[in-house]
Design a protein around this ligand. Structure first.
Ligand code: CO
Length: 478
């Protein structure tokens, strides 16, 4: 049996471990060698890279895509697209979504992996249909999380909705590293039986289970697995490409990947890891069992600590950890992934620190309750709905139905400012009106490489009591 290897080093790998800061000039020299290794697909674009590229590196993200495409001739290249949010953090109008997907397909991107944080398939329709029309391979994505409403039946229902949109494959996306080997096996087996489409499994190493989960997924019939080259693997990233290839080949699966070539690629990325060591938070390189206990993703956990520290209230961490699942339940069991992880986290901190639950309600919580992000997996609790919205009713429609077309307007604005209104430029501006415009005006600079000690803002050692057990949490700077 064949298993296709999808290597994420150039997107999720450095997004997970190096704050998405790998420069294009550090990717290009190894691409031709990497491409000769037999890897099925490289994920190279999308997610946070578009934002990070222009904002911190003063690089044109479109240029990166073009340069990569020129050098990858055997493998496919793919991107992660956040549905109606594209590569940003809010819903964009349909005309912007259509233009963005068309332009990306035109540059030769082969596989669009498209997801919505709430698994609200309505938020995926425009991008999926456009990518299909452009002849691309579309991977419809299921965000995996754990809650009483996230049953196997529920995931099958989502996968069937994606199949109706004629996606070419299904990606099971475990962004928090919650997918256990047992669940991976059962879920993939059921998806194969009930939906039948090829399945690609994406599991972060956060809790230390990802290699096991991928292996069990393959045994259950998954055709594709996501990995990262060893220097950027493990921790909050993914299982190492080399180890998975070796293990699978020995078990009789054909990956088509040449390990000798990968060793050369590994040498290269070892140097990159050294060069970018200042971005690497040592905490994100080791498994974090907190995820298993609290089901709080690692990034969110350190965010909570940072927020409490800022308020001089680290001693309230146990209360906040108890508050997070409560808020999540009240807000309809949203998956803890960007942006809903931030919304739940901030609300939980406010509920604890302001001395009254939902006494302070940020705009983001209000928007989530109003349905502005889409339909929550379970309904928002009636009591919270009334507290947050008063007499106002949540919207029933797809959020983007409320948005006016924007592309031509943005184009005219650029023209007026004397900036060449090419599709590329208009999209950079439409997606990121502030930093995108600064970039186009040439006002941004590439940030300097940080030194290895600059991640010292979160530190401390404290005990946390949770459901009757005491856990010692140590957080130390690099
Ligand atoms: Co990921």
């Amino acid at each position: 049996m064949k298993v296709k290897i999808v290597d994420l080093t150039l997107r999720d790998g450095h997004q997970s471990l190096l704050a998405t800061r790998m420069r294009t000039r550090d990717m290009l020299p190894i691409l031709e060698t990497f491409d000769s290794s037999g890897i099925y697909c490289f994920e190279v674009w999308g997610g946070a890279t578009f934002d990070s590229c222009h904002r911190f590196l003063n690089e044109n993200p479109w240029e990166r895509l073009r340069e990569i495409r020129k050098r990858v001739k055997n493998a496919r290249i793919s991107m992660l697209l956040r549905g109606q949010n594209l590569v940003g953090y809010k819903h964009y109008p349909d005309d912007v979504v259509v233009k963005f997907v068309e332009k990306t397909a035109e540059y030769g991107l082969d596989i669009f992996r498209i997801f919505d944080a709430l698994n609200d398939v309505r938020n995926l329709v425009t991008s999926i249909k456009t990518a299909k029309r452009c002849g691309a391979h579309v991977q419809g994505t299921i965000c995996y999380t754990i809650s009483p409403v996230h049953t196997i039946e529920k995931y099958v229902e989502i996968a069937n909705q994606l199949a109706e949109l004629e996606v070419d494959s299904i990606c099971l996306k475990d962004m928090a590293g919650l997918l256990s080997p047992k669940m991976a096996y059962e879920l993939v087996r059921t998806l194969k039986k009930e939906v039948g489409l090829p399945v690609d499994v994406h599991s972060h190493y956060t809790s230390g289970m990802a290699s096991m989960a991928l292996l069990k997924a393959v045994e259950a019939g998954a055709e594709m697995i996501d990995t990262c080259m060893s220097p950027l693997s493990m921790g909050t990233s993914h299982p190492p490409t080399e180890s998975m290839v070796y293990a699978l080949e020995e078990l009789g699966y054909e990956t088509g990947v040449d390990l000798d070539v990968l060793l050369e690629v590994r040498d290269y990325f070892m140097k990159i890891r050294e060069k970018y060591a200042g971005y690497l938070n040592p905490l994100s390189t080791i498994p974090d069992a907190n995820v298993l206990v609290y089901q709080i993703p690692g990034g969110m956990f350190s965010n909570l600590i940072a927020q409490l520290k800022e308020q001089n209230a680290l001693d309230r961490l146990p209360d906040v950890l108890n508050e997070v699942p409560r808020v999540r339940e009240e807000l309809g069991y949203v998956p803890l992934v960007t942006p809903t992880s931030q919304i739940v986290g901030v609300q939980a901190v406010l509920n604890v620190l302001t001395g009254g639950r939902y006494k302070v309600i940020p705009k983001e919580t209000r928007d989530l309750v109003r349905g502005m992000y889409g339909r929550t997996p379970a309904p928002v609790k009636e009591e919270i709905l009334r507290k947050v919205l008063g007499d106002e009713k949540p919207i029933e429609c797809r959020p983007a139905d409320l948005l006016e077309p924007e592309f031509e307007k943005r184009k005219a604005e650029l023209e007026k400012m004397g900036i060449e209104p090419t599709d590329e430029n208009v999209l950079i501006y439409a997606l990121f009106p502030q930093t995108g415009l600064q970039f186009l005006k040439g006002e941004l600079e590439e940030e300097p490489f940080p030194t290895a000690t600059s991640f010292g803002d979160i530190e401390g050692e404290f005990e946390v009591e949770y459901e009757g057990s005491v856990y010692s949490v140590k957080v130390k700077p690099a």
